[in-house]
Design a protein around this ligand. Structure first.
Ligand code: 5GP
Ligand code: ZN
Length: 121
């Protein structure tokens, strides 16, 4: 499986950096975000290193589909049973900080703010 020795999330996959895991299978890992922005804030990642959505290849279709397929169950099981948001920040404009594809699952509290703040709203 492709790995990047210096990538934080690859290091979490390898167990070199501790994380609070909530789900793991052969291809996917989910864990609590270290700086949660809501009562439920999980990160779901492919175990293989894929830097961003720009770098996704046909070989990644199955694992990305699996991530979306388990998102609702993971969110609900961790207390976000009244809605949540799944976010994939990408690149500079998307303000992606960790260059290993991850889906944020955010919820569990009051309704979130607007996805993008609009002037005058
Ligand atoms: P991004 O801005 O790239 O979409 O989000 C990266 C997320 O990774 C942030 O929410 C940040 O709190 C989280 N994060 C960064 N480093 C670590 C870490 O070492 N462990 C965990 N669990 N989360 C991390
Ligand atoms: Zn990585």
């Amino acid at each position: 499986m492709e790995q990047d020795p210096n990538c934080i999330f690859c290091r979490i996959v390898r167990g070199e950096i501790p994380s609070r895991k909530v789900y793991e299978d052969a291809d996917v890992l989910a864990f609590h975000d270290i700086q949660p922005v809501a009562p439920v804030h999980l990160l779901v990642i492919p175990k293989a290193h894929v830097a961003s959505l720009y770098d996704v290849a046909p070989a990644h279709e199955a694992v990305l589909g699996r991530i979306m397929a388990i998102a609702g169950r993971l969110a609900r099981d961790h207390g976000a049973d009244d809605g949540f948001r799944a976010i994939v920040n990408t690149g500079r404009v998307g303000r992606q900080e960790v260059m290993h594809v991850h889906v944020h699952l955010i919820g569990g509290g009051e309704p979130l703010g607007p996805m993008i703040a609009r002037k005058g709203h």
